[in-house]
Design a binder for this molecule. Structure first.
Ligand SMILES: C[S@@+](CC[C@H](N)C(=O)[O-])C[C@H]1O[C@@H](n2cnc3c(N)ncnc32)[C@H](O)[C@@H]1O
Length: 357
């Protein structure tokens, strides 16, 4: 098979001129922009299968985590209303949609207008019409308003799969990645609020240190913050380099420790830029009011700051008589799932069931 991208037909059906394959060293492209086959799974299924078999996530896609477990816990049934608070690539959404038929409806939220539009188009092309599937660009903190705008009182099933999608992480232009150079942005909704670069420039050292502790338990926070706060970093690579230099000056030599610190600083900034803890706390407060009697909710978290909040809110809800039952233990991806999809490794699933009248 030729390695050149096939010509795209124009709307009039006339093929555009032949384009040369992007140039990259080695057999396989490394840069996100060059992975045109992975980003077009409909046309290059064979490539997708090879990438999946190697334990990687094809560029521009996302692999849903703990799907059978989530379906089992949430038990979406024909005719019910379900909410996916975090549509992403739509993997969980589509699995739930199938279980809701006939007669059920899924409302899916995402704060990212770029990926939301693509996923909605993909699900529409797969045959999900407005009768069964509604996509809404919204922060999940606004779930009660989304439901009331749609004339819905509550949902039987609610899912939230927190954090970032692989599409967001892997696209250097979104500025989330420690691995690839891109603008230091990190906004899930690029139409709103300051970027990570803007935030860093605005913060003084004590405020940055607090943020690094609160959002990522960074042990070097107080020593590192003076080297980063108030400075202007245009790219992810410039920030990584500044962290490495600051750690070298602090005599932190372990490569693992340096890599972990870079990751923790990125995580802390991302959480702050997107106001993630405040959105999660608001959602957790609203959940009992958004669930129908006997309704089920599941939340997938990816770090201790998220899991702590979910655990606390579910326990408080049970004590207040709002939840009839909650997860006693977290559910983790099996060793097999973690091997097949290493990005699933940190995931923890908790669930709760609304009291019935
Ligand atoms: C881990 S991905 C979800 C993947 C999805 N379950 C799937 O199967 O493809 C998380 C998604 O949640 C979205 N998100 C994160 N915080 C959000 C918030 N506060 N409100 C709405 N969406 C949010 C992100 O933009 C991202 O698309």
């Amino acid at each position: 098979m030729s390695d050149s991208p096939p010509p795209d037909p124009t709307p009039g059906g006339v093929p555009t001129p032949h384009r040369r394959r992007p140039r990259y060293p080695g057999r396989n492209p490394r840069r996100f922009e060059d992975k045109y086959k992975e980003r077009d799974p409909q046309r290059f299924q064979e490539t997708i299968e090879k990438v999946l078999a190697s334990g990687k996530t094809p560029a521009g896609t996302h692999r849903p985590i703990l799907v059978p477990e989530i379906l089992d816990l949430l038990s979406p049934s024909p005719g019910e209303v379900a909410v996916d608070c975090t549509l992403g690539y739509g993997g969980h959404a589509e699995a739930i949609l199938h279980r809701l038929q006939p007669g059920g409806r899924l409302v899916a939220l995402d704060t990212d207008p770029l990926e939301l539009a693509k996923t909605e188009a993909r699900l529409r092309a797969a045959g999900w019409t407005a009768a069964s599937f509604t996509a809404v660009k919204s922060n999940y903190a606004g779930l009660p308003k989304v439901l009331s705008n749609l004339g819905l009182e509550s949902a039987h099933v609610i899912l939230a799969d927190l954090g970032l999608s692989s599409m967001q992480i892997d696209d250097p232009q979104r500025g989330f990645s420690v691995k690839f150079e891109g603008p230091l942005d990190m906004r899930m909704d690029p139409t709103r609020g300051p970027t990570a670069a803007g935030l860093l420039q605005r913060l003084d050292a004590p405020a940055l240190a607090r943020l690094l502790v609160e959002n990522a338990d960074e042990p070097q926070a107080h020593r590192l913050a003076p080297a980063l706060a108030g400075r202007s970093f245009a790219t992810t690579a410039a920030l990584s380099e500044a962290i490495r230099l600051a750690l070298a000056a602090l005599h932190v030599a372990s490569i693992t420790e340096v890599q972990l610190t870079v990751r923790r600083v990125f995580q802390a900034l991302r959480i702050a830029v997107n106001d993630e803890f405040s959105a999660l706390e608001t959602l957790l407060r609203h959940l009992p009011g958004c669930l129908a009697p006997g309704g089920r909710v599941a939340v997938l978290t990816f770090h201790s700051g998220e899991d702590r909040r979910v655990k606390k809110a579910f326990e408080a809800g049970r004590q207040a008589g709002l939840y009839a039952a909650i997860a006693e233990e977290v559910i983790r991806p099996s060793a097999e799932e973690q091997r097949a999809n290493p990005r699933s490794s940190p995931a923890k699933l908790r669930w709760a069931k609304r009291t019935a009248p």
